[in-house]
Unconditional design. Structure first.
Length: 133
């Protein structure tokens, strides 16, 4: 069953300007170490960061809190499964919120899709509860 759904659309140029203005302070405040390592290797660095930013916003919406009630930027990180499929790794307040919204006897699957087509980046997050067998 679907527990949460979130989407976000962001202008990549906004992230470009933020990177130019705030640089490392911004990336260390918002992104996990894994996300920074992946995005910093990309030719289109701002687009990579923008997709991950959109995924965090979408995840916060799917959790039903936004960036409040103990859910912080770095509590949500885009990671890739061995086959390359993106998902979200939740820690801290985001993990606590996820646990709170899961029905008993279920585990969470977090589905993520991210894309960009300059000047836009977009993400969708679906949180699914599956029976824990």
């Amino acid at each position: 069953m679907i527990i949460g759904l979130g989407s976000d659309l962001i202008d990549i140029r906004r992230i470009e300007r933020t990177l130019e203005r705030h640089g490392e302070r911004f990336v260390h405040r918002v992104f996990t170490e894994i996300e920074r390592a992946k995005s910093d290797r990309r030719h289109e660095r701002a687009a990579s960061y923008a997709k991950r930013f959109a995924a965090k916003e979408a995840c916060a919406k799917a959790l039903g809190t936004g960036l409040s009630r103990g859910v912080f930027w770095r509590d949500m990180g885009v990671v890739n499964l061995p086959g390359g499929k993106p998902t979200m790794q939740l820690t801290g307040g985001a993990a606590a919120r996820l646990e709170a919204i899961m029905p008993p006897g279920h585990k969470a699957l977090v589905h993520v899709t991210i894309t960009d087509d300059f000047p836009l980046a977009q993400a969708f997050v679906i949180i699914e509860a599956v029976a824990d067998v």
